[in-house]
Ligand binder design. Structure first.
Ligand code: HSE
Length: 435
């Protein structure tokens, strides 16, 4: 069979890994695929790196010169972001090129436009590497679980945040100190906002939510709360109560609408997700027929991410002759069945909660707090007083049963108005992840 020709936009960490996987595993890949995959062009300003990694490829410095080439069948977009990457992906699709991308931001924010144009032009846009790096979660949601109605997805899908939380727990260190260490080790960017404030995880859970529930991608509906305000005291108290705190991306289909959110979350320490540490990623999917399944692996890094990129290249090669109707649809469901649905605001979601209240250590305080929670219909699951801070104040840690978020926020507002409360109440959502 005729070789398939690849053009790679960007030869950074993932681009370099992609070139390496295609070269080192060329024989294995062509045994599986029945044809050769050739890198015919790369777009980079580093000609020496290009010559070293892809000696046979033409080197161009303008993306437009790559996506218009006759000898490129599949464009691998590894620029990231939504500026040049968006322009060039739309241009490539317009020219009839298939796309493989690791760009979660592009798809979470502009995926609907991109998939629509791809269908018009009868090309495929594959994006396994955009979510959880080397874990084949896109293929799992679109194909492996295709017989199921998916109930919920919960994932540790940002390695940087997971590394920071793991270190804070193990060493009792403060957020800022661990972030500085992560930056030194190269796990966190010089500007870490995207990772630590939940944007990266938000893009990934937005994509998974669309695949799970048959909606257009809707990043605007995703609630984002990062880890930068987490106090190591709460990690310690949570641990004493048998919980770990993880940054989770969560999406859930409820009778009232779809929940789509990213935030620090208490998890019982016995759950698999609670034991995913360091930079590793994991995704738990709950579906009606198969029940609970878990996927674990490297969420970033040159070769793990390239593994996903090259798997997409192989899939596209296999599907080139299949025609639109016989391909796996971009968003899992036939495009005529991808319909806007109601997404819940964060105040409408249902969760249980961890609260830490700093209050005067005097008679009646606990009773009053319990009353204010009860007035909002919030039921207490556990309540402990964590020692006296300065002979006059105590920290009270409360775990609640499940309630609508608006109720807990009303109760917190009432608690904060009490004269005996000396600082803002800390609130962290909890998930039991019952099978
Ligand atoms: N920066 C991401 C992480 C990897 O820390 O997991 C790429 O999405």
């Amino acid at each position: 069979m005729q070789a398939v020709n690849i053009g790679i936009l960007g030869l950074g960490t993932v681009g370099g890994g992609t070139a390496q996987v295609l070269q080192d595993n060329a024989a294995e890949i062509s045994k599986r695929l029945g044809r050769e995959v050739r890198v015919t062009a790369v777009c980079t300003s580093n000609a020496n790196r290009a010559k070293e990694l892809c000696p046979q490829a033409a080197v161009v410095s303008e993306p437009t010169d790559l996506v218009t080439r006759e000898d490129v069948d599949i464009v691998v977009e590894l620029y990231g972001g939504t500026g040049v990457a968006k322009e060039v992906v739309l241009q490539a699709i317009g020219n009839g090129k298939h796309i493989v991308t690791a760009n979660k931001k592009l798809l979470a924010e502009y995926g609907n436009e991109i998939f629509e144009l791809a269908e018009q032009k009868n090309v495929m846009v594959y994006f396994e590497a955009a979510v959880a790096g080397g874990i084949p979660i896109i293929k799992t949601l679109r194909e492996g679980l295709a017989a199921n109605r998916i109930h919920s997805i919960a994932g540790i899908i940002n390695g940087t945040s997971n590394f920071i939380l793991s270190e804070m727990r193990e060493k009792g260190a403060a957020f800022a100190d661990v972030l500085a260490q992560a930056q030194k080790l190269g796990y966190a960017e010089a500007d870490p906002t995207f990772d630590i404030e939940g944007h990266d995880a938000g893009h990934k859970i937005t994509i998974m939510s669309a695949l799970a529930f048959g909606t257009p991608v809707n990043f605007g509906a995703c609630y984002l709360e990062g880890i930068s305000k987490l106090d190591s005291r709460d990690i310690k108290y949570a641990e004493e109560l048998g919980y770990r705190i993880k940054l989770l991306g969560i999406t859930r289909c409820t009778e009232k609408g779809i929940e789509l959110r990213v935030h620090p979350t208490l998890l019982p320490e016995s759950r698999l997700l609670a034991n995913v540490n360091g930079v590793m990623n994991a995704v738990r999917v709950k579906a009606d027929m198969v029940g609970e399944t878990m996927y674990y692996g490297a969420g970033a890094g040159s070769l793990p991410t390239a593994s996903a990129v090259v798997a997409d290249i192989i899939d596209i090669c296999r599907n080139i002759g299949a025609g639109q109707d016989n391909r796996v649809p971009h968003l899992s469901f036939q495009s005529s069945q991808v319909k806007p649905q109601k997404f819940l605001t964060i105040d409408e979601i249902t969760s249980s909660y961890y609260l830490r209240v700093q209050a005067a250590d005097e008679a009646g305080v606990l009773g009053k707090i319990a009353t204010l929670l009860a007035e909002q219909g919030v039921s207490i699951e556990a309540l402990i007083q964590k020692g006296v801070l300065d002979c006059t104040h105590a920290e009270i840690v409360i775990l609640t049963h499940s309630t609508v978020e608006k109720n807990i926020k009303n109760a917190i507002a009432a608690i904060e108005q009490q004269a005996f409360v000396s600082e803002k109440v800390t609130m962290i959502r909890m998930e039991s992840l019952h099978g």
